[in-house]
Design a protein around this ligand. Structure first.
Ligand code: AMP
Ligand code: ZN
Length: 474
């Protein structure tokens, strides 16, 4: 499996630190509003990376934070006259709803910055002890950038160029910095803002220290993959590396992955310019699976332009797969023959199946090449096309079911739900109900409950009556 590493600017063979395991940290959103479709891009692409790795049998520990203390959250809280936690809790809930609709798996852990302050105080203390940080007279703690010799290695920026005249790095109110490149680890509280007690001053953490600490706490000093949008390369990730490596004295992340930006009508999507859509906006017009499909139809590192036209194309593409699965379901229910055998044209269904399965290899090849989801989806299309020519009313149930399972499996690696809920076959439900009855008889209540819950997730409600188990669709 090859991954493009921003650190080396090359595609590298992926070799996890611990065989069979992957530790992955993805910078999550700042929660002061509904997430926009740009925020959804890293969620979708890195969820797909995770799904593919899990499909390959790797055990992925996936951590993605919510930044729940930030100027924008505080501003919004003041506007509404509520505590900042009311704002962040509200938008974390909303974000989770959007993630679910986009079929983004919940992370193994979703840490919140405000729950991790102790770890931040500890890391800042370590940086001070090791001479990588200093306290200004107002209590602000700054990271001493020039003390970290590898600074700039991720963004491939030359420190001297940066230092010479990069005015944009001078932030108002940070005039006690020894060097314009130094950045804030801890800042003093302001009136009406949330704060925590600290040895240097009551205050709150800088943004970069949050991720260094949450990554360390949940994944350890050295991790396999750190990811986020390309806007985070500098300064956020560069600063994270400086903090983590200076404090832990170990290499931080082995692979750095960054997604390209999502633009709207070929212009940079920006909240201030007002040309952005929330995931909710898009959900009013499209099934959000179409948005997921749209995001994966481009390579994750390429810039991606969002337009009505491209969404319509994505809708057509997605529906082509859905329709194929729906046809298969229809044929499966009608099938006269169960066992795989001769095909209508005299060939053997088994040889067709072999051919169909060759698309799995094509799909994998695309994914192994730095997660080329565009090509991976093309191989699903080819499989769909092949299926449409080979599946017929005279096909066996087994053949049709096998074809369907391959399409579902590849779609699922992309996180695409291509079988509609009301298409889940009655036979499958009956079989699961029977399995549940058997589990209960064997006193395996855990399995019985699991089946009931799984069915519930698919909208099937079970009712235990005196005459036996009845079911209905929710
Ligand atoms: P933020 O809430 O701004 O920290 O963003 C959360 C995540 O969304 C980060 O990984 C950003 O890089 C990413 N992101 C924000 N805007 C876009 C965009 N227009 N295209 C792609 N990724 C974005
Ligand atoms: Zn981060």
């Amino acid at each position: 499996m090859k991954i493009y590493n921003t650190l080396s600017k090359k595609k590298e063979e992926f070799e996890p630190i611990c065989e069979g395991k992957v530790s992955m940290y993805v910078c999550g959103p700042t929660v002061y509003n509904l997430i926009h479709i740009g925020n959804a891009r890293p969620m979708i692409v890195f969820d797909t990376v995770r799904r593919y790795m899990e499909y390959k049998g790797l055990n992925v520990n996936y951590v993605s934070n919510f930044t729940d203390v930030d100027d924008k959250i505080i501003k919004k809280a003041n506007e509404e006259g509520v505590e900042p936690s009311v704002i962040s809790e509200r938008y974390i809930e909303e974000c989770k709803k959007d993630m679910k609709a986009l079929n983004v798996k919940p992370a193994t852990t979703h840490p919140l910055a405000t729950n991790e302050i102790d770890g931040m105080l500890e890391m800042i203390e370590t940086l001070l002890e090791k001479g990588h940080a200093y306290v200004a007279s107002d209590g602000t703690v700054y990271f001493k950038t020039r003390s970290f010799k590898d600074y700039g290695k991720l963004s491939h920026k030359n420190l001297d160029d940066l230092r010479g005249g990069n005015r944009s790095l001078l932030v108002t109110g940070e005039d006690q910095k020894e060097d314009p490149l130094d950045f804030v680890l801890w800042k003093p509280k302001k009136e009406g803002e949330p704060y925590w007690e600290a040895p240097w001053c009551d205050g709150r953490p800088g943004w970069h220290i949050e991720c260094s600490v949450m990554s360390k706490r949940y994944l350890g000093d050295e991790i396999d993959i750190h990811a986020g949008g390309e806007d985070l390369i500098f300064p956020h990730h560069e600063n994270e590396i400086a903090q983590s490596e200076a404090a832990n004295e170990k290499p931080f992340a082995k692979y750095w992955m960054h997604n390209g930006f999502l633009n709207i009508d070929n212009k940079k999507m920006s909240k201030s310019a007002g040309n952005f859509f929330t995931v909710r906006d898009i959900g009013e017009k499209y099934d959000l699976q179409v948005l997921r499909f749209f995001m994966l139809s481009a390579h994750y590192r390429s810039p991606l332009n969002f337009s009505e036209e491209l969404m319509e194309a994505a809708k057509n593409g997605y529906e082509r797969i859905v329709t194929c699965v729906s046809n298969l379901n229809y044929l499966i229910e009608k099938a006269q023959v169960n066992e795989i055998g001769a095909a209508a044209d005299g060939e053997s269904e088994r040889s067709y199946l072999e051919e169909a399965k060759s698309y799995i290899a094509k799909f994998e090849e695309a994914m192994e090449d730095d997660f080329n989801t565009a090509d991976a989806i093309s191989s699903i299309f080819e499989l769909v096309k092949y299926t449409n020519t080979k599946a017929s009313e005279s096909s066996s149930k087994e053949f049709l079911t096998e074809l369907k399972n391959v399409i579902l499996m590849l779609s699922d690696i992309c996180g695409l739900i291509v079988e509609k809920e009301d298409e889940i076959l009655d036979d499958e439900i009956e079989a699961l109900i029977q399995e549940r009855q058997d589990a209960r008889k064997a006193k395996n209540f855990a399995r019985a409950d699991e089946i009931r819950d799984d069915l519930l997730k698919q909208g099937i409600i079970l009712e235990d009556t005196r005459e036996g188990v009845k079911w209905k669709r929710a």
